[in-house]
Design a protein around this ligand. Structure first.
Ligand code: UDP
Ligand code: MG
Length: 151
């Protein structure tokens, strides 16, 4: 666990359409994470198939790719202590009906196939996803706030 840990967080097309970009970004900012990459992108099915490669045998895979390619997504990298695990906790369970209130999915979504946001499930997949979505690299910068957020 490091304060430099990075996770790939993506607001899915339903989150963008529903005007939830601001509220979702605000949650990560307010928690103390640092934004190190951000872009709006309308991804191709081929790109999304790579992102969800591990799920290609699942029955929901074609529908998932269609949904994810239906509009732009907001691709982001957030950095901070335990960013991967904490990001997943902030998102809530995959099925929003099982997500606790206070989580992003638990506050804004109802259906597993329209669950608003993505977050990396391990440090390893975060590295792969960041390389896939940000081949140009992330942005390095210092903030003066680090001593107020980390001991
Ligand atoms: N998904 C779905 N039906 C399912 C399981 C998953 O449509 O039964 C979708 C859902 O949008 C989910 C995505 O596929 O977020 C990726 O699934 P995963 O198991 O990786 O869940 P996540 O890591 O997003 O919580
Ligand atoms: Mg996943």
């Amino acid at each position: 666990m490091s304060i430099k840990e990075q996770t790939y967080i993506m607001i899915k097309p339903d989150g963008v359409q529903r005007g939830l970009v601001g509220p979702i970004i605000s949650r990560f900012e307010a928690r103390g994470f640092k934004l190190v990459a951000l872009k709006l992108v309308h991804a191709t099915p081929e790109h999304l198939q790579k992102h969800y490669e591990d799920l290609k045998e699942k029955s929901f895979f074609p529908g998932l790719i269609k949904y994810m390619a239906s509009g732009p997504v907001v691709a982001m990298v957030w950095e901070g202590l335990d960013a991967v695990k904490t990001g997943r906790v902030m998102l809530g369970a995959t099925n929003p009906l099982a997500s606790a209130p206070g989580t992003i999915r638990g506050d804004y979504a109802l259906a597993v196939g329209r669950n608003i946001c993505h977050g990396s499930d391990s440090v390893d997949s975060a590295k792969k996803e960041i390389a896939l979505w940000f081949p140009e690299g992330i942005v390095q910068y210092n903030t003066l706030l680090a001593p107020m957020i980390f001991e």
